[in-house]
Design a binder for this molecule. Structure first.
Ligand code: BES
Ligand code: ZN
Length: 655
């Protein structure tokens, strides 16, 4: 259920805040390019409505961070030195994005090499965008240094006490910068259209090991545990701000191959390395398809269960939820996904959140190819079918037509964290590429995609740039296979074109038959059949159930399969909403435990959304949140509070 990554109701989507309108061109001018408005379109396509930066005037080229982690105060004290590229020789100010930062001093380097104080103003905070920091730079300084402190409630950081960790001995902290949270721990141009190299020097308590989305120096390979409280990092490739990342805690390393391994708390590292043992094979497979892995190492950081996402593709250091460790590698498509971002996303990056499908859709396509290569077509097909069923369900209610095109008009996403079009960017995005693959043939389409990654390597691009590239290198190169109209329908029309290729799964057919037999006459499938079922089959078994089941039916399933209390979050994500809808209150205690233990939004939001639909459920949701909140990430708390508020207002979201 990838779509649940982004969630909220239509009402909230349409309530575009005043703060966001500032940069927003009239929506009618954007979307599908047409000759009459193409100039406006080109301009609006490049504008990032979620940033105060003006990258057409000045761009950050390099960021040098000096950071000190203070676990007691839950804050980072630091300085950020920005090296600037002044594109507009008349510009006299530098606008940066910040959120809840306390700014100390700002200095700029003069042409004679001396540093001088610079005047600045910090605008009142916009709820979504934070505070615009405007620095007076009449000299267009080559470098500007901002000294600052983060807030204990920084939206992009989570600070966990030792008691909230696996080992209970050392506190833990980690960042989550996507979509617009880097600004809560570094003052910068927080837009994916700007790329910069970075270095960081980080001081931390001696018992905390620090990792970042960068190369560790010296020692260079991130593979040793050098805990001395003083760490240096360098990212020599230009990256967008949402890929800035840091994590610190009682972390040890276990190698998987000579360029890959896992960082985790000592109690979890062996299990994690075992579950992710196929990582090297995944890297090799993706390289074979799409060219060399360009980031040298691919390491993973296993986070506490409060991590609000499944994974985050921070370069050189994917951040991961522990909820994918289920013992049978059935959820490692998450690794395939985050690894795939090393090409689609980190190498070729969307230039604004409106172009999310360029990151997530292309990645979901590549992910599925990796799964097919490593685990076979049956598994890849099952994962596809789950995605598409969900897309179909969302198109019926949760996602309004104007959010259904892959490329949407500006002004529709007030808060990129809370807009529900995940199914579009992931599933429809991947489906679009599967359509192109089917029409052009795998060999030619693979060559195209590989060429695309090479062509735009280390650049941030818009949907229009993708379209132009595909026009020249696909549509016109192999004429007669796909028309521009067919191509554009995926990008600019709601729904899915009727010509989309369909996928079926024989294994799911068997699951459908088993479910039907049980619903018809109460006979559960034979044990030796279900013994071979993987997570995907169980998910499909539950998802195909009627809207509600009787208490007896749910109890019968529980007696045999123990869904209530399952350690598998993917199953819990589907089972608990069904239990809540059906009034199966026997599950409440386990529901509460699950929602308190896990902070990954995709897994828990469907249950919260179901709970808030009734007065008793709403009460339970509030009680659970009150207990869970100290351990939740700010992003998760925000989503749960929004769901509860909607429940109270009597208009809970439709899914
Ligand atoms: N980049 C995303 C996570 C993300 C998206 C964070 C948008 C903030 C805003 C990551 O690659 C992702 O897609 N994670 C998925 C995993 C997946 C297998 C679909 C998730 O977290 O569930
Ligand atoms: Zn992704």
């Amino acid at each position: 259920m990838r779509h649940s990554i982004l969630m909220l109701s239509l009402a909230a989507v349409l309530a575009v805040t005043a703060g966001c309108q500032r940069n927003t061109a009239p929506a009618a001018d954007a979307g599908k390019p047409d000759t009459a408005t193409s100039a406006t379109t080109a301009a609006t396509q490049m504008i990032d409505e979620h940033s105060y930066a003006e990258p057409d005037k000045v761009k950050v080229k390099d960021l040098a961070l000096e950071l000190k982690l203070d676990f007691d105060k839950r804050q980072i004290d630091g300085s950020a030195t920005l090296t600037l590229d002044w594109l507009d020789q008349k510009a006299t100010k530098l606008n940066l994005d910040t959120r809840d930062l306390t700014i100390g001093k700002i200095v700029g380097e003069r042409s004679d090499g001396k540093w001088e104080d610079l005047k600045y103003t910090l605008a009142p905070a916009d709820k979504v965008l934070g505070s615009k920091l405007t620095i007076e730079t009449p000299q267009r300084n080559q470098r500007v240094r901002i000294t600052y402190t983060t807030s204990p409630d920084a939206s992009g950081l989570q600070w966990l006490t030792a008691a909230m960790t696996e080992g209970k001995k050392t506190p833990f902290m980690f960042s989550q910068s996507q979509q617009i949270h880097a600004r809560s721990w570094v003052p910068l141009q927080d837009t994916p259209s700007v790329r910069f190299t970075y270095t960081a020097h980080v001081l931390a308590p001696k018992d905390a090991m620090v990792v970042m989305s960068a190369k560790m120096e010296p020692g260079a390979d991130n593979s040793g545990d050098k805990r001395d409280g003083d760490y240096s990092f360098a990212m020599p490739n230009p990256i967008p701000s949402y890929l800035l990342a840091i994590g610190a805690g009682d972390l040890v390393f276990k190698p998987i191959s000579n360029r890959s391994g896992v960082w985790a708390e000592p109690a979890a590292v062996d299990k994690a390395a075992k579950e992710f043992a196929d990582t090297e094979k995944m890297i090799a497979t993706t390289e074979k398809l799409y060219g060399p892995y360009r980031w040298e190492r691919y390491d993973m950081l296993l986070l506490p269960p409060s991590f609000p996402y499944g994974g985050m593709e921070n370069p050189r250091m994917t951040f991961l939820t522990p909820t994918v460790i289920v013992g049978d590698k059935s959820l490692v498509s998450l690794i395939a996904h985050e690894l795939a971002h090393s090409w689609s996303g980190n190498l070729v990056t969307f230039s604004s959140a409106r172009d999310a499908w360029l990151n997530e859709g292309v990645t979901s396509y590549v992910e599925n190819r990796i799964i097919e290569e490593l685990y076979g077509k049956e598994r890849a097909d099952m994962e596809n079918v789950i995605e598409r069923n969900e897309l179909a369900a969302d198109f019926k209610g949760a996602i309004p037509p104007q959010l259904q095109p892959l490329s949407i008009k500006p002004g529709l996403m007030a808060d990129p964290d809370e807009v529900d079009r995940g199914a579009v960017v992931y599933a429809k995005g991947a489906w679009f590429l599967q359509f192109l693959e089917q029409r052009f043939g795998r060999a030619d389409f693979d060559a195209f995609l590989r060429g695309y990654f090479d062509h735009f390597a280390f650049q941030s691009i818009s949907t229009d740039q993708f379209r132009d590239y595909a026009k020249a290198n696909l549509l016109e190169k192999y004429p007669g296979k796909v028309t521009q109209e067919e191509f554009d329908a995926w990008l600019y029309e709601p729904g899915v074109p009727a010509t989309a290729p369909q996928t079926t799964s024989a294994r799911f057919d068997a699951v459908d038959a088993a479910r039907k037999t049980w619903l018809d006459n109460g006979t559960l499938p034979a044990k030796d059949a279900t013994a071979k079922w993987t997570t995907q089959e169980w998910v499909h078994f539950i998802e195909g159930m009627p809207e509600k089941l009787s208490t007896e039916q749910l109890a019968a399933l529980d007696a045999t399969y123990h869904f209530t209390g399952t350690p598998n979050g993917e199953i819990a994500q589907r089972w608990y909403p069904l239990a809540v809808r059906s009034g199966y209150t026997q599950a409440n205690a386990e529901i509460a435990k699950f929602l308190e233990r896990v902070g990954r939004r995709k897994l828990i939001m469907p249950t919260y959304k179901e709970l808030v639909k009734t007065p008793e459920g709403l009460k339970l949701a509030e009680e659970i949140l009150a207990r869970a909140k100290p351990g939740y990430h700010p992003i998760t708390t925000g989503s749960v509070e929004a769901a509860i508020a909607e429940g109270k207002a009597g208009k809970p979201a439709t899914n």
